[in-house]
Design a protein around this ligand. Structure first.
Ligand code: PMP
Length: 455
C-alpha cells in the first residue's frame, strides 16, 4: 500500500514540472489570454473556463470529432467534449449541415417552424413522454420544471440530493446540514431565501426520503438518475424505483435530469431502466452542441398545465425565454436526434467506454492503488476511493485536488484532455480505439510517477 502523503507529494512535484512545460508550449494561447484579460474579468468569457489545471486556458481554434486544436497548433484527443455539450463529437456533420441550411432561412422568430412538429414526434418516440417544451439551456429547463411542479401540486418544497448539480438554479444551491440545508458557501450573491423551501437528503437513502416526504409538502423531487457532478454516484439497485413509488404515494412529482445520463442510451437512463418520471430534462448535446434543451412530461402533467393556463390572469408566466425553441435550434435538434444520437452511435460509444473502464481498472488494480473506476454508459470516472461512492458526501471525500491536477496536467501536456472538476472521461462516436488505448497508457504512466515506480 502507498502512503497518500507520498502520492500527493509526487503529484505536487509533477504539477510544478508540467505547469512549466505547459507555459513553454503555449505562447499563442497565453498571448490571446492576456489580450482577452483587458476586457474579460479573469481573461475568459465565463469564469468556469479558468477551472482547468492549466495556468491559463487553451485557446481553441478548431474542434472536430473527438479532437480540439489550440492556437499553438497542438491537437488533443478530447475526453471532456465540452463537459457533454459535444458528447456526440464536435460539430457532427449532419448537425453542421442542418445549421448551415437553416442559417439562410432564419434563426429566430418567436414562432414555431417547419421542424417543430417533427422534433416533438422524435422526442416523444425516443423518451416515451407525450409532451415537450423547449428552453435554451438545461438550467432553464430545470427552473421551468420546478415552477410547473409547484403550480400543479400547490406545494412549496423542492427535494434534491446532497452533491447534486442542476445548473444555474437558485433553489438547488444547497448543502445538506444536520438539521436541514444551508446555501452553498461558494455561491456568489445568494438570493435571500432561495433555499428556504429546499430539502436536501443523501442519495440512495430511502429512509430519509420517506421521512422528507411525510409532511406532504414536497412538490418535486429533482434528481439525476446517478449523481454525475461530484465524481459519480450510481443509484443502488431499486433506489430510483423506490423514489418513484414513494413520490407517487405522497403526491410528489419526479423530474429526472438526464442532461448527463443521456450518455447511457438513446432514451437516456429512464428509458433504459423502465422508469416513468413525471418530467424529464435533457440539455447540452440534444442539439449537437448548439444551445438548446428540452423538458418532457406526461399527459397528466399536460392536462394540469392546461388548467393552470386557462385559469391564470394575463401577464408574465415566469416560464420561457425569447430564444427558446428557435428555428436554428430546432433544425439542429432534428438532425441530431435523427442522424447523430442513433443506436449505432451509442453501441460504439458504450463499447469503447467499457474498454476504457477495463483498462483503467487494470491500471489501478495492478498497482494496488486504493481507487476505483465507475462507468455509466459512455461516461467513465476515476474515483480516488477504494469503493465507488454511494452518497454525495462519500464522493466529495474522494476528491483530491493534488492528484487530480497532476493527472489532468500531465495528460494534457501529452495530448489528451480530461474534464475539469473531477476525473470524468466521455467517449463520443468519433473517439477511436487507439485514443482510448493512449489515454489508458498515459494514465498508467502518471500512476507510476505518483507511486514512484518510475524512479
Ligand atoms: N443538469 C445537469 C445534471 C448538469 O450537469 C448541468 C451542467 N453541468 C446542468 C443541468 C446545466 O446545464 P447548462 O449549464 O447547460 O444549463
Amino acid at each position: 500500500m502507498y502512503s497518500i502523503d507520498d502520492l500527493r507529494r509526487r503529484a505536487r512535484a509533477l504539477v510544478a514540472q508540467e505547469t512549466a512545460a505547459f507555459r513553454s508550449k503555449h505562447p499563442a494561447s497565453k498571448s490571446l489570454f492576456e489580450r482577452a484579460a483587458v476586457h474579460y474579468p479573469g481573461g475568459v468569457p465565463q469564469h468556469w473556463m479558468l477551472d482547468w489545471a492549466t495556468p491559463f486556458p487553451l485557446s481553441i481554434t478548431r474542434a472536430e470529432g473527438a479532437t480540439v486544436t489550440d492556437a499553438d497548433g497542438l491537437t488533443y484527443v478530447d475526453f471532456c467534449l465540452g463537459d457533454g455539450g459535444a458528447l456526440f463529437g464536435h460539430s457532427p456533420a449532419p448537425v453542421a449541415q442542418a445549421i448551415a441550411e437553416q442559417a439562410s432561412l432564419g434563426l429566430t422568430a418567436m414562432l414555431p417552424g417547419a421542424d417543430t412538429a417533427a422534433v416533438g414526434e422524435l422526442l416523444a418516440e425516443r423518451f416515451g413522454l407525450p409532451f415537450w417544451q423547449m428552453t435554451a439551456t438545461a438550467s432553464d429547463a430545470n427552473r421551468a420544471v420546478i415552477r410547473w411542479a409547484r403550480a400543479i401540486t400547490r406545494r412549496p418544497k423542492l427535494l434534491i440530493f446532497d452533491g447534486c448539480y442542476h445548473g444555474q438554479v437558485d433553489e438547488t444551491f444547497a448543502n445538506m446540514t444536520a438539521d436541514g440545508c444551508s446555501p452553498k458557501p461558494s455561491l456568489i450573491g445568494p438570493t435571500p431565501g432561495a433555499t428556504a423551501d429546499t430539502l436536501v437528503i443523501d442519495f440512495n437513502d430511502c429512509t430519509a426520503l420517506e421521512a422528507a416526504l411525510a409532511g406532504g409538502d414536497v412538490a418535486l423531487i429533482l434528481t439525476e438518475p446517478a449523481l454525475t457532478n461530484t465524481g459519480m454516484v450510481l443509484p443502488q439497485p431499486g433506489f430510483l424505483e423506490a423514489v418513484q413509488a414513494l413520490a407517487r404515494r405522497s403526491g410528489t412529482l419526479v423530474c429526472l435530469d438526464e442532461t448527463h445520463t443521456i450518455a447511457t442510451g438513446p432514451g437516456g437512463y429512464a428509458a433504459g431502466s423502465d422508469l416513468e418520471p413525471d418530467f424529464l430534462v435533457v440539455g447540452k448535446p440534444i442539439a449537437g452542441g448548439l444551445p438548446a434543451a428540452v423538458y418532457g412530461f406526461t399527459a397528466a402533467i399536460e392536462a394540469a398545465m392546461r388548467r393552470i393556463q386557462a385559469a391564470r390572469p394575463s401577464g408574465y408566466s415566469g416560464i420561457g425565454t425569447t430564444l427558446s425553441g428557435n428555428l436554428l435550434a430546432m433544425a439542429a435538434m432534428r438532425a441530431c436526434l435523427c442522424e447523430v444520437m442513433t443506436a449505432t452511435s451509442y453501441r460504439q460509444m458504450i463499447g469503447l467506454a467499457e474498454r476504457l473502464a477495463d483498462r483503467l481498472t487494470e491500471a489501478v488494480s495492478s498497482r494496488s492503488l486504493p481507487w476505483s473506476v465507475v462507468r455509466l454508459g459512455a461516461r467513465v470516472e476515476l474515483v480516488f476511493s477504494p469503493q465507488p461512492p454511494r452518497t454525495g458526501a462519500e464522493a466529495r471525500a474522494a476528491l483530491d485536488e493534488d492528484l487530480e491536477r497532476a493527472l489532468h496536467l500531465s495528460l494534457l501536456n501529452r495530448g489528451v484532455i480530461l474534464t475539469p472538476f473531477h476525473n470524468m472521461m466521455l467517449v463520443s462516436p468519433a473517439t477511436r480505439g487507439e485514443d482510448v488505448e493512449r489515454l489508458a497508457l498515459l494514465m498508467a504512466e502518471a500512476f507510476d510517477i505518483f507511486t514512484g515506480t518510475d524512479e
